[in-house]
Ligand binder design. Structure first.
Ligand code: KIV
Length: 271
């Protein structure tokens, strides 16, 4: 019998992320916020985990991502990093952590990388954030751009459902992000033909959510795809499980057992 510990899986690095596009290998990404879920997602073989600022909504129960802070992103980013061996970990830069100046953005991106152990950051913007993306990328901090539906712009756009659909602007944004040094571009809620065009135009991988099958990879918010929110049924979402109802059934079974004295029984007790 060998005492050797199991080999560590080969890390999905930024160069591997970039190479996937040339090899036409679809990139898999889900969001992660906590240790046990991140460990399961990593061991299931996902390429990338996004510590998204959606944590403001799905973890904290807030109505937008706006209140999320850099310290909260670092708190969750560090937890996820500790759980992960293989996946590329990307941490969102929250609202107002990169808007003041490229120097402020660089400082916060640096903090996120240093204090979480993550591999990269993501920020919302294209042409309007090109200087910021350039400042972060030139410090060798991998940075992903996020275009289309930009949840951090909810107040300016007048609602969550307002989506940037201007093809020329989207292509200009994608090209500006790539030129500035972004290693990838997340496309949220863009029509499938425009997402395909952007994917064919840029050399870095695109990751889509609600943007059709033409992107180089796909991302979903994990609690959404697991069916944790029974009342959330947007068209783009495919639910792969019904965790809300499974959890309700399990919790009710436990409560019934306790009320009826069926749990704990002898097999769950120390003699
Ligand atoms: O913050 C987030 O979870 C995102 C999603 C669009 C994937 O950016």
């Amino acid at each position: 019998m060998s005492n050797a510990s199991p080999a560590r899986p080969k890390k999905f690095t930024v160069p591997r992320f970039l190479a996937a596009k040339a090899k036409k290998q679809k990139i898999t990404m889900l969001t992660a916020y906590d240790y046990l879920s991140a460990k399961i997602l990593d061991e299931a073989g996902l390429d990338c985990l996004l510590v998204g600022d959606t944590l403001g909504m799905v973890v904290q129960g807030k109505s937008t991502t706006l209140p999320v802070t850099v310290d909260e992103m670092i708190y969750h980013g560090e937890i996820v990093s500790r759980a992960v061996q293989r996946a590329l970990i990307i941490v969102d830069m929250p609202f107002m952590s990169f808007h003041v100046s490229p120097a402020q953005a660089l400082e916060n991106a640096g903090r996120i990388l240093k204090e979480t152990g993550a591999d990269a950051v993501k920020l919302e913007g294209g042409v309007n954030q090109a200087k910021t993306i350039e400042a972060i990328a030139s410090a060798d901090i991998p940075v992903m751009a996020h275009l289309g539906l930009k949840p951090q712009s909810v107040r300016a756009l007048g609602g969550m459902g307002k989506i940037q659909r201007d093809e020329d602007q989207l292509i200009a944004d994608a090209l500006a992000a790539e030129r500035a040094g972004a290693f990838g571009i997340l496309l949220e809620m863009i029509t499938a033909p425009i997402a395909q065009k952007i994917t064919d135009t840029v050399t870095v991988p695109t990751i889509g959510i609600g943007s059709g099958p033409g992107c180089d990879g796909q991302v979903l918010v994990t609690p959404d795809m697991l069916g944790m929110n029974a009342d959330f049924h947007p068209r783009f979402l495919k639910k792969y499980a019904s965790f809300a109802s499974e959890m309700t059934t399990a919790v009710q079974a436990y409560a019934n057992d306790v009320r009826e004295g069926a749990f704990p029984d002898e097999s769950h007790s120390h003699s």
